[in-house]
Design a binder for this molecule. Structure first.
Ligand code: MCN
Ligand code: MOS
Length: 764
């Protein structure tokens, strides 16, 4: 899908380059309803699939009686675990694949309440919904653990790869003059994207087309292809617009296998919309976590030791660690350190990545603990953080590539008015409202991956930018147009960006806050090559009007090619293309390292996580940083907490589009406010069912919960982090918000809430 309307009325040419504050090109299409989402694709002859989810937490499906469902009007097919779908297990994110193992998305083994166990396909959605109700399933129930704290679930599995230690943490802790130790907890949390999940699947022979919202068209296409034993190019994922993903739309799930298998069996296109309640178990949200942090410091608050023990829940059938010690070793200089993380299998769908996985709960623990230490020592929480400032990465020992966290604390604190804060809890009030001011820091690693892009300069002077990367609202369309406009010297209005299709050039996942860096790098490279080629043609082609100018160099600006001297020849791109007799100049470039060239290397790079480089892969430690300053008002009588003001300062390197970046930061902060005060997946202890599985009962922050949020950029270009000097933006905003709020609530009330969300009963 080409965004045909990149016309930003306020945008002039200078605004259209990198650093310009353009509005999102897709914004108007989305809010006016003209963006066609996956499930709105007009596909002929659709049949409708509805999932049947298990009602027990653990056990076996012993019998599925489909008689009543099959007899219902409109039923075309009922899929059960007894019907062989002929699928094979696909490889994991790193491309590892067990040999020839069969895969059935509807299993006899039930590992969690809400697991897909059957599906009905019918002529209409209503008929399929009714027939799904008539599928009679007999279960044999087994024992289930539904809670991270179930004593039967045990201590879990210690993950050696997540153990971090240096010095002698236990001894140094025992010898420390000041010690604080506490347990911090976060509940199950969910993505609740406004666009729910689902797909339309259509087979043409052995070609499979899937319209499905996707954070990673190439990665998801690989999974589908492997399920069906097809060459990768036979599967096409189409995903031009996405109504939010937050980590939940990066992989293909069981329901995708159900819909594609049903479409193949029926020889008809099938639409499967995962209903909102089903989204709570059709894929995993953020795992519940608990962690104990002990900080040892001297009397001046200088850290001597950190001892950290954390655990997160996982599924009984697969592992996903929500790493509680992801931020702990990075934030502060400390000579003695020990952190371990375990996963505890319970009967849940396997948890998944949700905006800033790991870093988020990790920062909740550490940044709450630092506030506790500030009060134990009796020094200001900002001052405490500065006294323990890490001048290099304490874990890897490498220098920071850039780390402007000191500046973030200074600028954020200044804008907030932190110096006017009184230290004592319960010392600030506004009538019956207790006022509290809290601070906390956050971080997110710079991950790097390769991508590919195609640039086409057309005869009419317009330019196409083409990639299989996606835009789920974060701004990819817009920043790629800005990148191409800058390199090619054409107005941003004449650039069309085409994204969201696995048949287009390869791109890494829109995850780990790395897509912007990866794909602007590829577009920059392809556009530079296109510019060079155009100038080369202008200088050397026998039909070029520049042949007689004697020029040996030309410039490309404002859509014109010119001899760079006063009065020198200047022609527009269309004039030149006409003279040259060309329809287009086309370049395709990738940013793969040499070892990953060749078709297999390409495929691996785009479709697996193997080529992703971590924050310390090179000479430096590279991360984004932030400092959040929060004011809360707590009603003394009712215990209700409102966030009344926020200032957050960020170091994300160079910012490609400040307007979009500010939205990203605010979006993360708003999710953080919801996490701090509202969000909590509630599980019925009797049967493992997610009770609040809808937008009415699973509370997320709404406009009324959100105060003015000032965001400040303190970053400087970091050319180690990416070609254009930017670091990741999309996730860091949420990291540290919840502890900043918890710290503000402590300052307001004198009550330390260590388990999220901070609800009024915890303040009684
Ligand atoms: N950007 C910038 N300058 C930079 C880096 C980024 O201007 N130096 C801006 C650009 O507008 C870019 C956006 O920030 O499009 C995000 O860039 P980046 O940090 O690279 O993140 P990704 O493009 O990889 O997007 C994924 C990231 C993640 S992992 C989650 S989770 C998340 C997020 O983005 N989910 C989102 N932001 C979201 N925003 C929306 N609207 N919806 C989601 O589901
Ligand atoms: Mo983001 S949770 O890495 O998609």
């Amino acid at each position: 899908m080409t965004i045909m309307e990149p016309r930003n009325k306020r945008g002039d040419a200078s605004d259209g380059t990198i650093g310009g504050r353009l509005s999102r090109f897709d914004g108007k299409l989305k809010i006016t309803g003209s963006a066609t989402y996956a499930l709105e694709q007009p596909v002929e002859g659709l049949a409708y699939a509805v999932l049947v989810q298990s009602r027990i937490a653990a056990g076996r499906v012993v019998q599925v009686d489909t008689t009543r469902a099959e007899a219902a009007p409109g039923t075309l097919l009922v899929l059960t675990p007894d019907i062989d779908l002929g699928l094979k297990v696909a490889s994991d994110w790193y491309g590892n694949r067990p040999d020839n193992q069969p895969y059935h998305p509807l299993s006899h083994n039930v590992s969690f309440n809400g697991q897909a166990v059957a599906a009905v396909i019918a002529e209409t959605l209503e008929q399929a919904t009714e027939a799904a109700r008539l599928v009679d399933i007999t279960y044999e129930e087994g024992p289930a653990f539904v809670d991270l704290d179930d004593p039967e679930a045990g201590e879990g599995k210690l993950l050696d790869a997540l153990t971090v230690s240096w010095g002698d943490a236990e001894t140094a802790l025992a010898a420390s003059a000041v010690r604080v130790e506490a347990e911090y907890r976060t509940p199950r949390e969910y993505h609740v994207t406004i666009e729910p999940h689902g797909l339309i699947a259509k087979w043409d022979g052995d070609q499979l087309t899937i319209w499905e919202p996707s954070q990673w068209t190439h990665g998801m296409a690989r999974t589908y292809a492997e399920w069906y034993g097809l060459p990768p190019e036979n599967v096409r994922i189409v995903s031009p617009f996405i109504g939010g993903g937050f980590g939940s739309k990066a992989t293909a799930y069981a329901y995708g296998a159900v819909a594609t298998a049903a479409a193949r069996k029926l020889g008809r296109a099938v639409k499967l919309a995962v209903a909102r309640p089903q989204t709570f178990t059709a894929y995993g949200g953020r795992a519940a976590t608990r962690q104990t942090i002990a900080l040892g410091a001297n009397a001046d608050g200088v850290l001597q030791s950190i001892v950290h023990r954390g655990a997160s829940e996982t599924a009984t059938y697969a592992d996903f660690p929500e790493q509680t010690n992801a931020a702990t070793p990075l934030m502060y200089a400390v000579e003695n350190f020990s952190a371990k993380h375990s996963i505890v299998p319970v009967n849940t769908v396997v948890p998944g990545a949700l905006r800033a996985p790991g870093k988020n709960p990790s920062a909740f623990g550490l940044e709450s603990a630092m506030d506790e230490l500030a009060y134990a020592v009796g020094i200001d929480p900002v001052e405490l953080r500065l006294r323990n400032y890490a001048e290099a990465d304490p874990q890897s020992g490498k220098p920071w590539s850039t780390r402007r966290l000191r500046e973030a604390l200074a600028e954020g604190g200044k804008a907030f008015g932190w110096s006017r804060r009184s230290f004592e809890p319960r010392s600030m009030r506004d009538g019956r409202q207790l006022i509290g001011w809290g601070v906390a820091c956050g971080t997110f690693p710079v991950l790097r991956a390769s991508s590919e892009a195609l640039i086409r300069i057309l005869a009419d002077g317009s330019v196409e930018v083409v990639s299989g990367a996606i835009d789920m609202g974060q701004g990819t369309y817009t920043i790629l147009a800005q990148t191409a406009a800058e390199v090619l010297g054409v107005p941003v209005e004449s650039i069309n960006v085409r994204l969201g299709d696995s048949s287009l050039p390869g791109a890494t996942v829109a995850g780990g806050s790395m897509l912007a860096g990866a794909i602007t790098g590829a577009v920059h490279k392809a556009a530079s090559a296109a510019r060079d080629e155009l100038i080369e043609l202008a200088l050397n082609d026998s039909a070029s009007p520049f042949r007689d100018t004697g020029a040996n160099t030309l410039t490309l600006a404002s859509g014109r090619i010119s001899v760079p001297r006063d009065g020198g020849l200047s022609v527009s791109i269309p004039e030149l293309m006409t003279a040259l007799g060309r329809d287009s100049v086309e370049t395709r470039r990738n940013t793969l390292p040499d070892g990953e060239q060749g078709p297999e290397g390409h495929r691996k790079a785009w479709t697996t996580m193997t080529s992703i480089k971590g924050p310390t892969a090179g000479e430096f430690a590279m991360h984004s940083w932030c400092a959040h300053f929060v004011e809360v008002k707590v009603d003394e009588d009712f215990g209700t907490v409102r966030v009344s003001r926020m200032v957050s300062a960020f170091d994300c390197g160079r910012i490609y589009n400040p307007k979009l970046t500010e939205s990203q930061w605010r979006g993360g902060i708003i999710m953080g406010i919801g996490q701090a005060l509202l969000e909590e997946g509630l599980v019925d202890p009797r049967n493992g069912r997610v009770i609040n599985n809808n937008l009415g009962d699973y509370l997320v922050a709404t406009n009324a919960d959100i105060p003015p949020i000032q965001v400040i950029s303190v970053g400087i270009p970091d050319l180690n982090a990416s070609v254009l000097g930017g670091k990741g933006v999309g996730e860091v905003g949420i990291v540290g918000v919840a502890p900043a709020i918890a710290n503000a609530v402590y300052h307001a009330t004198g009550k330390r809430v260590r388990d999220l969300p901070i609800t009024l009963e915890k303040l009684q």
